[in-house]
Design a protein around this ligand. Structure first.
Ligand SMILES: [Zn+2]
Length: 243
């Protein structure tokens, strides 16, 4: 019975470790998503900055073209003879100047927007460095924990093999089958007449038999193998079993 209890303890601890181990990759996945979100934001800001730069360059080119046309229009103006042609040339110059003024306003607007965006971009770049460093730290920490868990699991597994070799093969089979079908718990302590796994009462007569401890008994409710939890012999081996 003592070995069986120890075996159950191993199995519970192995199950707990496996649950924790399964958490590791999930945590890493969440970290990666967080980093990717910050990287996406940075990329988006960088794309917008590029778009503004292109637009600004284009506006500057257009201003230059208009300036060239204005020079030509001025030369034309000085060679004009008729009043009608003169009026038309003046109107052309007026239109060109208006177009230039609009483009200049646009260029200023773009530059102002770029300034704000560049400040954001600088902050984002700092943030991404921090996020990357934090990612490395957290990632390494998780890997370290996983490695430690794996080492613990190895030790317990070895211990379990030793215990299982010491248990009667039929009893081991029965225990393993119960454990498989009963949420990982095949052996349960009974304290003050209550099975500590299914939390139901054991009939008093059966509990008395259990306290005497001269035969292998099972819980009449959950069918797990039971032992008297207050038995001095088992007290140190007793496990806190939860289904
Ligand atoms: Zn029970």
């Amino acid at each position: 019975m003592k070995i069986l209890i120890a075996l159950q303890d191993c199995d519970i601890r192995m199950r707990d470790i496996q649950i924790k181990e399964a958490e590791g990759p999930k945590k890493i996945h969440r970290l990666k998503e967080k980093l990717a979100a910050v990287e996406d934001q940075l990329k988006e800001e960088s794309n917008r900055l590029e778009a503004y730069t292109r637009e600004r360059r284009q506006a500057e080119q257009e201003i230059e073209e208009i300036e060239n046309r204005l020079k030509k229009a001025d030369i034309k103006l000085s060679n004009i003879k008729s009043n009608k042609e003169y009026q038309a040339a003046l109107k052309e110059i007026d239109d060109l100047k208006r177009g230039k003024s609009l483009l200049e306003d646009r260029a200023i607007d773009i530059m102002e927007q770029m300034e704000a965006l560049e400040a954001n971009y600088a902050t984002s770049r700092e943030k991404i460095e921090e996020t990357r460093q934090q990612f490395e730290l957290d990632h390494n920490e998780i890997l370290k924990i996983l490695k430690a868990l794996n080492q613990d699991l190895d030790k317990i597994e070895k211990k379990r093999i030793r215990f299982s070799q010491a248990v009667d093969p039929d009893l081991l089979k029965r225990y393993d089958s119960l454990r498989t079908h009963k949420g990982g718990i095949g052996v349960s302590p009974v304290i003050k007449g209550v099975c500590q796994t299914c939390h139901l009462d054991i009939p008093p007569q059966e509990f008395n038999e259990l306290v005497r401890g001269d035969k292998l008994m099972t819980c009449p409710n959950c069918t797990r193998i039971i032992y008297w939890g207050d038995d001095e012999r088992y007290k140190n081996n007793r496990v806190a079993s939860q289904p």
